[in-house]
Ligand binder design. Sequence first.
Ligand SMILES: Nc1ncnc2c1ncn2[C@@H]1O[C@H](COP(=O)(O)OP(=O)(O)OP(=O)(O)O)[C@@H](O)[C@H]1O
Ligand SMILES: [Mg+2]
Length: 307
Amino acid sequence: MYMIETKDLVKKFDNTVAVDGVSLKIQEGDIFGLLGPNGAGKSTTINMICDLLTPTSGEILIQGNKIGTMKNTIGYIPQSLAVYNEFTAYENLRFFGQIYNVRGKELNKNINDALEFTGLTEVRNKKAKTFSGGMLRRLNIACALVHRPQIVIMDEPTVGIDPQSRNHIMNAIRKMNEENVTVVYTSHYMEEIEILCNNISIIDGGKVIANGTKEELRNLITDKDTLSISVDNLYHIDVEELKKIKGVADVRVEDMNLEITSQKNSYNLNELLRYILDKGVRASNIGYKEVTLETVFLSLTGKKLRD
Ligand SMILES: Nc1ncnc2c1ncn2[C@@H]1O[C@H](COP(=O)(O)OP(=O)(O)OP(=O)(O)O)[C@@H](O)[C@H]1O
Ligand SMILES: [Mg+2]
């Protein structure tokens, strides 16, 4: 059984098809990333999962059940801030806890934990209106955690915030996940998704264009690895000889750099280095070139994730 499963979700707004047949399978313990550019349909998908929008068609199951009965399972962190400016951090959290019928000692403990989680303990008695953008984002997150949901869904929680707040948020997500909370994370920052998420769906134009782990997504666009080696001279290196080493598909020479492309899992690094070093060449820098999710997106859609 999946924590969240959507089947062929569609949402139309008048003439716009915002979500166009999205099927997702999110497992317990996942940090699931929904990656896509502006207008891809991320928020619309999330809002349907959280029962804030009614799908035009399709189905949503939370732990195998219809969403109506499962609302308390989810903590939803909206893209736009939803906190009360005149309330302190503590009062905001108490308010959101009470909405979910958390009371008494349990409420106090959960509030303290949520403050600690998001690094807001010291400012618990300050009004939200005095907070920086990053602190407000963190409070927005804390509010969704007070009822201890099993699933936390975050819609672009790091847009426009300072690095310190970003770190707090990243760490909070990891800690939550260690406590067996399933996290759904939407973003158009592929770096964050790459660092955090074990499973990823890339969406564009309302459709899922690829699914899988980072490795699976990278493998969609390439079955090769490129090794880059900077050397002090290329005089003795015979590119044709390098190409004879097992697994090597291509060798390019640029300035004082060798770029050697091999079939994945060729395990030929020793042979390549031995050849180069045997020629009396000094290597100064060596590394495999990374295929990022940005490259994957570009290759699948012909577009950049961000303009
Ligand atoms: N209430 C609405 N009425 C009409 N069109 C809408 C509405 N909400 C979203 N849309 C349209 O649906 C499409 C998907 O929007 P959505 O907000 O889901 O994208 P997103 O991936 O969350 O983008 P962003 O990264 O900018 O938040 C867009 O073309 C948007 O203009
Ligand atoms: Mg959005």
